[in-house]
Design a protein around this ligand. Structure first.
Ligand code: SAM
Ligand code: SF4
Length: 331
């Protein structure tokens, strides 16, 4: 079965946030303090998440990504992975994590059926990493990356949010990393998202900057197929590279016309677009599989044509964008 939205875009990908909590506090994602967290009883149970996965799979969803907040801080995540992996129709199961706890869980996750991981790593300098994450220890994240490689969670992708004046001096170091290891570094444009002053205005840089720096430094980028299948990244390699370099530019060259994603927030709301405020709770129909399938289709029928991030209100919309931070929506 093929699941399409009101624009005829095929949707086969569900991203599930299983918690809004996190063991880090990245500057672009969360405010420094005073973050209101969901109460435990308001978080969608694993049992109910599985009902959404099953209904989605019956409609044509084949790829699932578990995210958060930090997914590895929620107890029982390995069992959830095992149950999703065993769901008929699900052929790809991935996780986005900051990697801090991956050293502990990579082996169990692999055995449970997790196929691949994206690990956020915005700096390879300990002090800077600690500043960006407001508390993270680089060596823990690096151990998580090694554990992912050792346990063949393949491909291992590193998410790097490019920030002017913060980590734009490390572009060459990240390119070099793809020469030495089978790691896939994906530079992501800084998105103005959330209810805190996320620093977008001061630190946004379009990803054309990566190409400029690479060429100047004598590292021309050669296009290659995307590791691990389709996605929004443009993929490249440098000469002698074992890994690849991905460029994801949601702002300067958005990819809404090929968007295939539906999101489920930690409290159980379906969101067809990361940007807009529209959300629909699954709870009222969670025990009725047919009604749940109808709801998923309804949400997609009204999916907006595109987001308006970075527009500064000049795109003519009457509706404001979402004020949820990525940690609450699930990045
Ligand atoms: N905690 C996990 C992690 O950090 O990988 C998963 C959740 S996090 C919200 C998912 C992804 O969203 C991360 O790769 C993070 O870098 C990205 N992200 C969060 N806020 C962002 C922003 N304002 N602009 C661009 N990417 C952002
Ligand atoms: Fe936590 Fe991930 Fe947000 Fe960083 S980006 S604060 S690790 S949820």
């Amino acid at each position: 079965m093929t699941l399409t939205d009101g624009q005829g875009r095929k949707h086969d990908y569900l991203r599930i946030s299983i918690t809004d909590r996190c063991n880090l506090r990245c500057v672009y994602c969360m405010g420094e303090e005073g973050i209101e967290q969901l109460k435990h009883e308001d978080i969608l149970s694993y049992e109910d998440i599985l009902k959404v996965v099953r209904a989605g799979a019956e409609l044509g969803i084949s790829k699932i990504r578990i995210t958060g907040g930090e997914p590895l801080v929620r107890r029982g995540v390995v069992d959830l992975i095992r149950n999703i992996a065993a769901t008929p129709g699900i052929s790809d199961l991935a996780m986005t994590t900051n990697g801090i706890l991956l050293d502990k869980y990579a082996g169990e996750l692999k055995k449970a059926g997790l196929k691949r991981v994206n690990i956020s790593l915005d700096s390879m300098q300990p002090e800077k990493y600690n500043n960006i994450t407001r508390c993270g220890k680089l060596d823990q994240a690096l151990r998580g990356i090694e554990a992912a490689l050792d346990n063949k969670l393949n491909p291992v992708k590193l998410n790097v949010v490019l920030m002017k004046g913060v980590n734009d001096d490390e572009i060459i170091d990240f390119l070099e990393l793809t020469r030495k290891k089978t790691l896939h570094v994906r530079f992501i444009e800084y998105m103005p998202i959330g209810d805190h002053d996320c620093g977008y205005r001061d630190h946004y840089l379009p990803l054309t900057y990566i190409e400029e720096v690479a060429i100047k430094a004598g590292f021309p980028l050669t296009p290659v197929p995307l590791p691990g299948g389709a996605g929004p990244a443009e993929s490249y390699t440098i000469a002698g590279g074992q890994g690849t370099i991905g460029l994801i530019h949601p702002i300067s060259k958005h990819f809404c016309d090929t968007c295939n994603r539906l999101r489920l927030t930690a409290e159980g709301n379906l969101k067809a677009c990361l940007y807009w405020q529209d959300e629909t709770p699954v709870q009222p129909v969670i025990n009725d599989n047919e009604a749940l399938k109808d709801l998923i289709q309804e949400v997609l029928k009204s999916k907006p044509v595109e987001h308006q991030m970075g527009c500064d209100g000049k795109c003519g919309s009457v509706n404001p964008g979402s004020m949820r931070s990525m940690s609450k929506t699930g990045g």
